[in-house]
Structure formats: structure tokens, C-alpha cells
Design a protein around this ligand. Structure first.
Ligand code: ATP
Length: 291
């Protein structure tokens, strides 16, 4: 659906590339978490995908067409990168104006359901100028959602929200994406929240895509043994959830949330002796120093 190839960006006057040789693909329906430390290049990447910045090098193709080849290539997109609403127009007028400017007046029927979803329907006649930060975030999200996007680009949508607000927003996004098969790239430092939302992660470091990995990788418990397993084949049959490397293997790995973990440890303690038990963090936690 989206293919990014060898993307590079150098801002005018900058002495180094903000993005360097970034390549990846996103399939329809995926929710991709964009992670990395401050200055890693996440916003720059999202701005290029939103055509708010031009790449210095490389290509972006959406449904096999060059994103920059012609206007109108963002018709399917819902974007929340910098606030685009007018603080002195009412909530409803903002959405109507956005839809009219983008030639999507037919989507006016979405205004009420979207405002109900982000819990701004009761404030529909108020002007965002007087809103709290969290309400402004929800206003920006309503604009990103109202035109029924197939592809969403969200830069730090949870920033500044209180814990309940974050949980609600994650729930709104997950429901919206599931019900409509929406594809999404969402950048955030709120890793726990991303974990419950994303199928996949792109990890950026110093402008490069340093890693990409599946989101469904559980924490693993590693059980170090005093001696090798005599009959690893029978252990594999007995506990198919456990990873028993080979006859010489002196450690066994099993997902920390496996219901079999107690039985595996008891069996190993009886037959091989346990030297040590450690927990290998998920890759998401490992990248942010919780491991
Ligand atoms: P954060 O997590 O802090 O939001 P980020 O991963 O989104 O960071 P970017 O904002 O993309 O990182 O910045 C990547 C690099 O590009 C940084 O070195 C930054 O200083 C530089 N940069 C970003 N915007 C500009 C700009 N308009 N002009 C010059 N340099 C810029």
C-alpha cells in the first residue's frame, strides 16, 4: 500500500541528513508504531509522507503511484501532525470548513459520529481557542478522522493527555482502525499505549531506520540449566510452548505469560536442575532501557 525507498532529507543549511536511506513498506490494515529518541527523524518522516516536506532523495509510492507526482495523492489520508484547526471557528464549523476545502462535503454526515467518538459533540458550538490541551488534541483527531481516511498519519497524538485521556484515545483509534480497516502510522514515546495498538514497529535512530519488528513479541523467560537436557525431543513434545535449542542446550526459553511456565520449570528442576532464571524484555522495552 505504501512503499518508502531510500528516503533522505537534509534541511536547508543543515550539516547532516535528518533522514538517511530509509526504506520500508506498510500493508493495508497495519497499525505501525514509529518510535525512537528525540531528534531521531520521526516527525521529518511523517511530514514527508504528508507532503509537508519534500524529500532530498528517495521515493514514496502510495498504491503504486509516486506520492509527489501529482496533487490529490493525499485524498485518502487523515493527518494529525501540526494542528490545522481555526481556534476562532466553532468545532462544527471547523470540520465543515475542512471538508469543503478538501472537496469532501459529502462527508458532512460523519461530523456527528466523529464528534461523539472523540467526545466533543456536547462542545460542538464552542470555539477551540478556549479548549484545554486534551480537547485541542481531540479536535485535531476529529479533523484527521472526519473525511473517512484509509491511511492515517499521527504524530505524538497522546502527548499532553492525562492517563485516562490516553487510554480513551487508544481505544478510539483501535476501534476506528478495526471497524474500517484503516492503515495507520503513529509516532509516540508512550510505549505502553503503542503496545496495545500497534502490529509493527519502525525504530529510528539518528535519521536511519535502525530496526523494524513485529509487535506481537512477548517477554520471554530464559531458564538456565545446570546441565543439558537428556532427551530434548521429549521435552519439546511435552511442552510445545517452550524453546529447547538442542541436545547441548543449557537454556530453555518460554513466553513469560505462558500458562505452562510453572510446569516447565518444575520439570526442569527435577530432571536437570535450574541454575538461573532471567526475563528477556520485549524489543520495545529493550530499546528504551527498561530491559
Ligand atoms: P522528537 O521525538 O523530539 O519529536 P523526531 O524523531 O520527531 O524528534 P525530527 O523532528 O524529525 O525528530 O528531527 C530530526 C532532525 O532534523 C533533528 O536533528 C532536528 O534538529 C532536525 N530538524 C527538524 N526540523 C528541522 C527544520 N525545520 N530545520 C532544520 N532542521 C530540522
Amino acid at each position: 500500500m505504501l512503499e518508502v525507498a531510500h528516503l533522505g532529507k537534509r534541511y536547508p543549511g543543515a550539516d547532516r541528513m535528518a533522514l538517511h536511506d530509509v526504506s520500508f513498506a506498510v500493508e493495508q490494515g497495519q497499525i505501525v508504531g514509529l518510535i525512537g529518541k528525540n531528534g531521531a527523524g520521526k516527525t521529518t518522516l511523517l511530514k514527508i509522507l504528508a507532503k509537508a516536506q519534500h524529500p532530498t532523495r528517495g521515493t514514496v509510492r502510495y498504491n503504486l503511484q509516486d506520492l509527489f507526482a501529482r496533487p490529490g495523492m493525499l485524498d485518502d489520508f487523515g493527518i494529525m501532525i501540526v494542528p490545522v484547526f481555526y481556534p476562532h471557528l466553532s468545532v462544527v464549523r471547523n470540520l465543515e470548513f475542512y471538508l469543503d476545502v478538501h472537496g469532501k462535503s459529502a462527508c458532512r454526515r460523519n461530523i456527528r459520529p466523529v464528534l461523539e467518538l472523540v467526545e466533543l459533540w456536547d462542545s460542538r458550538d464552542r470555539k477551540p481557542a478556549g479548549f484545554s490541551f486534551g480537547m485541542k488534541q481531540r479536535m485535531a483527531l476529529a479533523i484527521a478522522l472526519v473525511a473517512d481516511p484509509k491511511f492515517m498519519l499521527l504524530d505524538e497524538p497522546f502527548v499532553g493527555l492525562d492517563p485516562d485521556g490516553i487510554l480513551e484515545l487508544v481505544d478510539v483509534l483501535a476501534r476506528w482502525a478495526r471497524e474500517r480497516g484503516v492503515t495507520m502510522i503513529v509516532s509516540s514515546h508512550q510505549l505502553k499505549e503503542l503496545e496495545s495498538l500497534c502490529d509493527r514497529y519502525l525504530y529510528m535512530e539518528n535519521g536511519t531506520l535502525a530496526d523494524q519488528f513485529d509487535g506481537k513479541q512477548p517477554e520471554v523467560t530464559v531458564i538456565e540449566l545446570r546441565r543439558s537436557v537428556d532427551d530434548p525431543g521429549s521435552l519439546r513434545v511435552r511442552f510445545p510452548d517452550a524453546l529447547v535449542p538442542d541436545a547441548q542446550g543449557v537454556h530453555v526459553e518460554i513466553a513469560s505469560n505462558s500458562p505452562m511456565i510453572g510446569d516447565v520449570m518444575a520439570w526442569l528442576a527435577e530432571h536437570c536442575g535450574i541454575a538461573c532464571v532471567t526475563v528477556k524484555p520485549s524489543r520495545l522495552d529493550a530499546y528504551f532501557g527498561k530491559g
